[in-house]
Design a binder for this molecule. Sequence first.
Ligand code: FE2
Length: 182
Amino acid sequence: MTATDEVFGLFAEFGSSNYDEGVTLTDHSLQTAALAVAEGAHDALVLAALLHDVGHFLQARARGNENYLALDWAHDTIAADWLRPRFGDEVADPVGHHVSAKRWLCAREPAYLDALSSASVASLAAQGGPFTDDEADEWRTRSGADAAIRLRRWDDDGKVAGLTIAPLAEYEALLRDRERSR
Ligand SMILES: [Fe+2]
């Protein structure tokens, strides 16, 4: 099975899980990707946006449990480890940093912290809370940090119930091209 086929299989099997009120995990992933497209992100970053929560799918598959939000153990690094050999560093790095980007934004932008949803505030504590000044400075120098901060903002905005959005099939060619170029 190709990695692209595996992506389609994961979305088919686990994408209908609820992500937020009225929004499935598939809706959320597609909205995050659409925001990346709307901002003119390059192809690898669009795919990172589309696949940033694939760690939840993988956790659900591994545990035979569709309640993926209850399985939120390092879904960022699980996703990055899965994506890297399949779609490359440019896709894997921002995904691997997308939780850290939230901790960075909370440390550096007080308005960002104030605007987080209650669920996101709750998970922030489990994710280690806002970075300290030193942690924030060190993290910001990492490869993929810029892209991860952009991804994080799309992630936060990709939770609109009832939005009509481009389907997963719209990204098939991008996925296959990226996979073939590996
Ligand atoms: Fe997300």
